[in-house]
Structures are given as C-alpha cells and as structure tokens.
Design a protein around this ligand. Sequence first.
Ligand code: TRP
Ligand code: ZN
Ligand code: CA
Length: 439
Amino acid sequence: MSLSASRRLAATTALAVAGLLAATAPAALAVPASAAAAPTPPDIPVANVKAHLSQLQSIATANGGNRAHGRTGYKASIDYVKGKLDAAGFTTTLQTFTSSGATGYNLIADWPGGDPNSVLMAGSHLDSVTSGPGINDNGSGSAAVLETALAVSRAGLQPTKHLRFGWWGAEELGLIGSKYYVNNLPSAERAKISGYLNFDMIGSPNPGYFVYDDDPALEKVFKDYFATLSIPTEIETEGDGRSDHAPFKNAGIPVGGLFSGADYTKTSAQAQKWGGTAGQAFDRCYHSSCDTTANINDTALDRNSDAIAYAIWTLGAGTTVPPGPSFENTADVAVPDSPGAAVTSPITVSGVAGNAPSTLKVDVNIVHTWRGDLVVDLVAPDGTAYRLKNSSSNDSADNVVATYTVNASSEVANGVWKLKVQDVAAQDTGYINSWKLTF
Ligand code: TRP
Ligand code: ZN
Ligand code: CA
C-alpha cells in the first residue's frame, strides 16, 4: 500500500486496501504549503492544441472531408470536444436548433464555481464550410478554447467569475448557433455575462495579429499580452460582425477577441512587422479544401492560445487552491470478461471536513488488453455514480491510465468511495491496478 503525500493536510489521511481501513499515524500538523495566490496564467502547450486539430482533421477525413452543419463530421466534432470537457469536470450542455432543415448543435461548458452573477464567456464556432475540413476556420479557435478550458481544470482554477465556454454550430450559415444561444438566454441570464471573447481563425498560415476593438477593457487585456511579447497588433477590421461575437454585442454584452486573418491580403507594412508574405492572403485556403492541418502557422496558434489563457486568467481573476489530501488503493482487482458482474475497488476517506470539491481528481490505472470494453464509474459513499468512461467499440488501445475531474461538491467527503468497473464486450480482460482520489 502507499499513501500519497498531501501538500495541505498531512494529518489523519488514511487509505483502504482490500476494504480495510489502514490509518496512518498522524503526522506533525502541516502548515498550508501556500496561501491561495493569484496564479500565473499558464503557457498553453501548442502540441496539445495541434493534437485537437489532428483529431478534427481525422473526423473530417472520415466524414466526407468536412465538419459542416448538418453533416456527420459536425456531430463527431461536438462529441470529441464534449468528451474532453466531461472528463475534465465541466458541466456540459448540448443545445440543439434547426437550420436549413438540419439539426444543429451548440456545446456549452460551465466550470463549477465562481460568481453566478458575473459570467466570463469564451467561444468559437466549431462548424466548417462544406468545401473543406476547416482546420484554421475554425478548428484553430475551437481547439485553443478547448485546451484553455482543459488548462483551467488542470490548474484547479477557482476564479472569482463563473467561467463558461461555448462551441457554436452553423456559424458558416450566418451565425445561426450563436444567435440561437443569445436569443434563447433569458434577459436575466444575459445580464450576468460580463464579457464574451470570440476566437475565429487564430492560426492563419500567413498570420496577422488582430485584436477586436469592440470593448476597451477587453481589447486592453489582449494588447497587454502581445506587448509582453513585443508583437505589434492591429485592430480587427476584416468585416466587423462576421463572427459569433456579433449576437453578443447586439445584446449589449461587452465583446473581445483575436483573429489572424482570412481572405484579405497582407500588405508589405504588415509583412514587415509580422513576417510572412506580402501580397498574399492571410489564409489562401480560406473556405477551401486545403484548409487542413497543413494550413496552420504554429507560432500564431501558440501565441494566440497563450493569449486566450492570459485573458481568462486575468479577467476571471482566480486563485488556485493547492491539492488536498489523496487516498489510494493499489490492491489489484480482477475485472472478469463480459458477460460478468461489475467489480469495485474501495477507498475509505476520513479526516476531510465537509463536502468533496467540485474538482475531485480521480487517477485511474486499469490494465486491460482492449480498453473500449470497459465502463468505469466513481461511486460516492451515498451510492451516487459518476460516469468516468463509457465503453466504445472502436477504442482498441490497451489500459486506462487517466486522470478524471469530477464535480463531487454535493457529496460528503468522508466515507467509502468505490471505483466500479464493468467489462461489456467479450474476449479481452484485465484488472484494476490502482486508483487514487485527490481532494
Ligand atoms: N467568420 C468568418 C468565417 O468563418 C471568418 C472571418 C472573416 C472573421 N472576417 C472575420 C472572423 C473577422 C472574425 C473576425 O468565415
Ligand atoms: Zn468560415
Ligand atoms: Ca472483454
């Protein structure tokens, strides 16, 4: 058995192995490692953003070459983004609407906590045109907003503002999804949105650095960020109101955003300050079949992704809370092949006052020869089950080695928690190797 070190509370942590409570001797009373302090905005790993773009490219390739409204590639894109957010502890909502005779989807992801009367939103359209995979337009914004949201989860950010992220459908048909969202928000809810930040095309291959000038305070945050990199910016003028910030602005909500250019031509003055090719469009593959993963400038994608995180951290004004105590069970539990019963592995939590956090971290290590067979739940002491992972007939990879974040704030922390695993497809088998809860 092993006990993970706690940075905040070393005393009275305990763990269960094979269902037996093994309390450690109380350690010397720990002093809080660090008081909650204003955290430094993270450097968003551009490799992670690019990995999302590769997934969106694969989705387009497998679905007739696009991710357009009403096509299978759009829904697959939504499912991909939603899966990442659900596993990271967001509360996701799929909003459906109808446009041109097809069902459209907006995905809304709320980060638990923050002031419900002061909501900071960031969003991107997730649909492509029918003529191509839409990796710069707008996989780029979608992937960067997704990775920023995942960074919020990784940091355990506890912002003053309530954070909400949105992925819009049918932008390419005339801002349909974002208009639908804003029009269907009760006016009391609209009034709570302190700002909306929009990211539509932020990895253009011949990039410019354009900042929306609609709201001075939001504009300043982005300008401040680029000033720290000594990168000159310009005001975005390539068609005001051509993206999803327009419905928010029309509803009186302050808006901001970034843009690296579409079909306008880079001037020589712009090439001088930003590099790239004068006399050529910022994005020569705009709305075409060549808007693939090859149509991305990594540097622009990297800088703009970091700028998004900077804005969320700065405007959200949060704190990060150091992780609390952890409890681990390293006893192996065999998972019988399907059709077999679910098995569980217990962890007894004690010495944690009050409820579990909205960012309960669940580290799972399951050895298995076909992880798609497995359905995995976290079961709280009162029996409430939280789905960590569904089965999936096409996920043939080995093992489940993952960290899930669960909003467990309605659960009392102390008691016996269980990891519940069921194998629902015949042939491959494995065992729970270990799992851990961090409060
Ligand atoms: N929204 C446009 C599209 O998806 C792209 C675009 C053109 C744009 N001009 C803009 C986005 C200005 C933001 C700002 O086709
Ligand atoms: Zn477009
Ligand atoms: Ca199996």
